[in-house]
Design a binder for this molecule. Structure first.
Ligand SMILES: NC(=O)c1ccc[n+]([C@@H]2O[C@H](COP(=O)([O-])OP(=O)(O)OC[C@H]3O[C@@H](n4cnc5c(N)ncnc54)[C@H](O)[C@@H]3O)[C@@H](O)[C@H]2O)c1
Length: 333
């Protein structure tokens, strides 16, 4: 019988794509999600269990019913602006919630854990290409909460033999090319869907947050990874753990998932205009508190150890797949 993997946040953007990749790799993805930002309709590749990470009894019940062999933990709150104004929501919703999940995982005897961390744990580090050893100096409670969860995984590795793969993502973009799932955040805060909303009139104009950053065109620079490449890394990381090639007696391994190429906001806008052959209505706006100037990472370690190659992560490909989803996809409550 196919092995099950508990996917927290499987009704969200990245989690739903991970469920598709897990199913294609022969696992049964069991989505555990409270639908706070996710969509019931996005759960297409395995069973759905509605529940909150803070509900320990519900988690225990789901572990007992499905007996997953591993956990992929995507569920989180992840809006930087909200994290700046409501830090308590992030410490509770990310850190306390992850503690509840980790304790339930250990109580169920599961030892293999894959975690979504973020480049927001780095903060601003002037011009460098980041890697797994770069210092973590988060600028907001979102990044700080993710760094705290990384620390928690290390502690439970030492105390209880939890084996974790931690992926630090940069900006995730694109959609399933088959159109089964895609990015649909409400409210949307991610650049590419915001640009596409402006192109097709769902919003009046794209606001560029900050045009006076110390970069060539004054806008922030980010590293974009195609969501299908990103979820492939998760399956590779899971297989690596399951094969006993990663940590086996408790430990964490960190991988940065970036392409090494940075794109400024204006460069992404211009690429979206070219790919869609449409004008992008836009206006300049003030900086957003908590935003770093430049976040770019290589993926040498993920390539060397896991064999990961972000082959689909070209800007035109990500925009093309996002645009196709944007025109035909979406979910309803
Ligand atoms: N999208 C990006 O560019 C990006 C970049 C870096 C890191 N990440 C991380 O990747 C993960 C997934 O991001 P996403 O863009 O798919 O977000 P998303 O909001 O689409 O998905 C998160 C899912 O988690 C669920 N959830 C949140 N809190 C929960 C709780 N307490 N109990 C149960 N379910 C809960 C939501 O309902 C949602 O379905 C997050 O951990 C995020 O921090 C995302």
């Amino acid at each position: 019988m196919a092995e099950k993997v508990l996917v927290t946040g499987g009704a969200g953007y990245i989690g739903s794509h991970a469920c598709k990749a897990l199913a294609a790799a022969g696992f049964v993805p069991v989505t555990y999600d409270n639908l706070v930002t996710g969509w019931r309709e996005a759960v297409k590749f395995g069973p759905f269990e509605e529940g909150d990470l803070m509900d320990r009894a519900r988690l225990d019940e789901v572990f007992a019913n499905h007996k997953p062999v591993a956990v992929m933990h995507f569920a989180a709150l992840s809006q930087v602006g909200e994290a700046m104004s409501q830090p308590g929501k992030y410490w509770r919703g990310n850190v306390s919630a992850s503690l509840s999940l980790i304790e339930a995982t250990l109580a169920a005897g599961v030892r293999d854990f894959v975690f979504s961390s973020t480049c927001a744990t780095y903060g601003d580090q002037d011009g460098v290409v980041l890697d797994e050893n770069s210092p973590q100096m988060p600028l907001n409670a979102y990044g700080a909460s993710k760094r705290a969860i990384e620390d928690m995984l290390k502690d439970f590795g030492n105390s209880d033999g939890l084996n974790s793969v931690i992926f630090r993502y940069f900006n995730v973009a694109g959609a399933d090319p088959d159109g089964e799932v895609g990015e649909f955040h409400q409210p949307e805060t991610h650049l590419i869907p915001l640009i596409l909303d402006a192109i097709d009139g769902r919003r009046a104009a794209l606001t560029i947050h900050g045009t006076d950053y110390p970069t060539e065109d004054g806008t922030c620079i980010r590293d974009y990874v195609h969501v299908m490449d990103l979820v492939d890394a998760h399956v590779q990381g899971l297989n690596w753990l399951r094969a006993g090639e990663g940590p086996t007696a408790g430990g964490t391994e960190v991988f940065c998932l970036g392409t090494g190429d940075g794109f400024s906001v204006r460069e992404v806008v211009s690429a979206a205009g070219s790919v869609t052959n449409r004008a992008v209505p836009m206006q300049d706006g003030p900086r957003r508190a908590g935003d770093a100037v430049k976040l770019v990472s290589g993926s040498e370690r993920a390539g060397r150890v896991l064999g990961w190659r972000p082959d689909r992560s070209t800007m035109p490909q990500m925009i093309r797949d996002a645009w196709r989803w944007h025109q035909n996809g979406g979910y309803e409550r």
